[in-house]
Design a protein around this ligand. Structure first.
Ligand code: ATR
Length: 270
């Protein structure tokens, strides 16, 4: 019987996750189908219960349900508990949901090998994605500076997940903090409103944007023009998908082919 998987969110129509996972199922000959599941805020629990009557193996979870997913699960991984959000749920054989967060390792795999002199990361934003990013960077021993529009949120993030070295600041002062940064990670949704953070000269330092496609393009273009090595968020999207896939099926999928498919889909939509 065909196994069901999917991604729960709102909005969800433009999610690339079905393209990624169904591509892997096809390549590997798996009898499984991955659906985009539109679920309104406040109705996550009911949607999960309804899925239990189908042949569900697991689901990814995206905005606005990542905290609800954590609460709905009977067991929770250490990293999901620390980050305070889950993006991967698995229905165990005993009928209980297990929650994990694969955004953090997905980010680590997307940034790949860091230059040995990478010691300071500046993070724009302090929302859910920033929490996964800070968690991942602290794990690999990189100091973080968290800059946010709402300063209280940056402070909470630093208190929850940072180290003694973690600093916080106001995002409108970002230029001050960039001189000593070796990598900058934009986790904000500012690009969705057409906003571009002005950057100083990059001198081959790295600028990583968690967004991709048309909302990320102006910021990435500006970063490249200023001499930063700019990278969009597709690698992290594929990375988190691969870790979810591995937890459901016990094998590591082909991330290169998935990245190619995503890049083609994004280019077609530009
Ligand atoms: P996600 O889970 O994707 O991180 P989120 O939790 O809604 O989404 O967080 C969005 C982040 O983008 C926040 O850090 C937000 O700043 P506030 O905490 O002050 O709301 C940031 N953000 C959104 N629009 C912004 C803008 N125009 N300028 C600066 N920061 C912005």
């Amino acid at each position: 019987m065909t196994k069901l998987l999917g991604v729960i969110g709102d909005p969800i129509a433009h999610s690339l996750s079905p393209l990624i996972h169904n591509g892997w199922f096809r390549d590997l000959g798996f009898d499984a189908n991955y659906e985009a599941m539109q679920v309104a805020d406040g109705t996550f629990g009911a949607a999960l219960t309804a899925l239990e009557t189908r042949n569900i193996l697991g689901v990814n979870v995206t905005l606005p349900h990542k905290q609800a997913a954590l609460k709905a699960a009977r067991t929770v991984s250490q990293r999901a508990a620390a980050i305070g959000a889950a993006n991967t749920l698995t229905l165990a054989e005993n009928g209980n949901w297990h929650a994990d967060n694969t955004d953090a390792p997905g980010f680590t795999s997307a940034i790949g090998e860091l230059d040995p002199n990478t010691d300071k990361a500046v993070i724009f934003g302090a929302g859910g994605s920033a929490r996964a990013v800070v968690f991942a960077l602290v794990q690999v021993g990189i100091d973080t500076v968290i800059l946010n529009r709402t300063s209280a949120k940056a402070k909470t993030l630093a208190d929850d997940l940072g180290t003694e070295q973690t600093r916080v600041g106001a995002i409108d002062q970002h230029k001050e903090y960039l001189e000593s940064a070796t990598i900058v990670i934009n986790t904000t949704s500012a690009g969705h409103n057409g906003f571009v953070f002005e950057l100083p000269r990059g001198e081959q330092r790295r600028f990583f944007d968690l967004s991709y496609g048309s909302v990320a393009a102006p910021q990435l273009r500006h970063a490249s023009e200023m001499g930063w090595r700019a990278q969009d968020g597709l690698g992290m999207l594929v990375g988190q998908a691969a870790y979810s896939f591995e937890s459901w099926f016990g094998e590591w999928p082909d991330t290169k082919s998935a990245l190619r498919r995503c890049e083609m889909a994004v280019r077609a939509a530009l």
